[in-house]
Design a protein around this ligand. Structure first.
Ligand SMILES: Cc1cc2nc3c(=O)[nH]c(=O)nc-3n(C[C@H](O)[C@H](O)[C@H](O)COP(=O)(O)O)c2cc1C
Length: 366
């Protein structure tokens, strides 16, 4: 295979209202290290994001839009004044280094546990039994896995409140100094639970036909746009994959239809999480080509990327930037390493979730 020039990753890219200095983005990465009480971005996370500010764009870890949206232990939120103040320290640190940061807006829906909500059941599109686990912590702070209960279905009357939670989280993200918001509609979490026929058997305007199943995600995106403008709003989807107990039966026609509806909105970018990093098949080239036609705007992709794959797909015009997850955990200075073909530190999965500074802010730079 031809060797492609990795410095092509350093070409700047327009992202709606802002301009990324390169095409090596940091993917959203849950680390379960928020400070308590209050689910706050911690002092350690200020340093963690600051160290990685050379990314073209940092995308924050999944950040709950409301207490209801939290589904894992010690993930941060973006709804209270304290949470806004805590994130402000992160965004100030990133901006002081010349970086950009998006807030990933998250509601986990049924990937959840009643112990996080004083015994109340998690919410989802439908009250169907679910085979999925979430991560909690024991009394010593060690991460433990727990089965999610059968959720309760959101009432139709509750949906406007849910949409409003996303709008308010967008306002909070702006106030906290983020540059963009990325709506998390991927990986089997709440918005994906509405999109997928396998776990949405509603009979109201939010279930049934594809048009109905897509209604919530489009209403959420429109609410975020109404708050901050389409050039500040992005979205993440994981079409053609199976994540968190959600086996998506929708074929390419269906997912591309939803994507073309999003394309009409002129968002900052569309972020595709590809299935192969989580045991799924590689995204077929044919699907990539159809995706590009359905979404002519800025397209970001993630999932088992290295510099060569990113450059190849950028040169082919199939994506505009690549987001890196595990390699950004282990390499705070990933863009320069990729561009100069420097060796990479190996990520240590044992310290991905929970814990403190180890495996979080102690990976060496070149
Ligand atoms: C520790 C860890 C935490 C993650 N947390 C999130 C998250 O909060 N939101 C999200 O959309 N994806 C999350 N992902 C998926 C990543 O954003 C990314 O798509 C995935 O790691 C594949 O990219 P990679 O092969 O470069 O690691 C997570 C992945 C890992 C490994």
């Amino acid at each position: 295979m031809t060797d492609l020039d990795p410095t092509r990753l350093l070409v700047p890219l327009d992202l709606g209202a802002v301009k990324a200095s390169n095409r090596v983005f940091m993917a959203p990465l849950t680390r379960m290290r928020a400070a308590q009480p209050g689910a706050l971005a911690s002092d350690l996370s200020v340093e963690y994001y600051r160290q990685r500010a050379s990314a073209g764009l940092l995308i924050s870890e999944g950040t709950q839009i409301s207490a209801e949206g939290q589904g894992y232990a010690d993930t941060p939120g973006i709804s209270t004044p304290e949470q806004v103040r805590a994130w402000r320290r992160v965004t100030d640190a990133v901006h002081a280094e010349g970086g950009l940061i998006a807030a990933q807006l998250w509601h986990t829906g049924r990937v959840n546990h009643e112990s996080l909500h004083d015994g109340e059941l998690p919410v989802s599109a439908s009250a169907l039994p679910v085979r999925v686990r979430t991560s909690l912590k024991d009394a010593d702070g060690a991460v433990i896995r727990a089965n999610a209960p059968t959720p309760r279905a959101l009432e139709t009357e509750e949906i406007p409140r849910l949409v409003e939670d996303y709008r308010r989280a967008t306002a909070a993200a702006r106030e906290a100094g983020f540059d963009l918001v990325e709506v998390h509609a991927a990986h089997g979490y709440l918005l994906h639970q509405f999109l997928a026929a396998t776990c949405n058997v509603r009979t109201d305007a939010y279930g049934g036909s594809l048009e109905n199943r897509a209604r919530l995600v489009l209403e959420v995106v429109d609410a975020c746009i109404s708050e901050w403008g389409s050039d500040r709003v992005a979205i993440r989807l994981s079409p053609q994959g199976s994540f968190n107990g959600l086996a998506d039966d929708d074929g390419p026609e269906e997912t591309l239809h939803v994507i073309s509806r999003l394309a009409e909105r002129d968002l900052a970018y569309l972020h595709i999480s590809e299935p192969d990093w989580a045991g799924g098949p590689a995204l077929p080239e044919e699907y990539r080509r159809r995706l590009r036609v359905a979404y002519p705007g800025t397209l970001v992709a993630a999932g088992s990327y290295d510099a060569q794959k990113a450059v190849r797909l950028i040169e082919a015009g199939l994506i505009d930037a690549a987001a890196f997850g595990r390699s950004f955990i282990a390499n705070p200075d990933l863009p320069v390493r990729l561009a100069t073909r420097a060796p990479l530190n190996e990520p240590v999965p044992a310290t991905f979730y929970g814990g403190g500074a180890e495996g979080y802010i102690d990976y060496p730079v070149l």
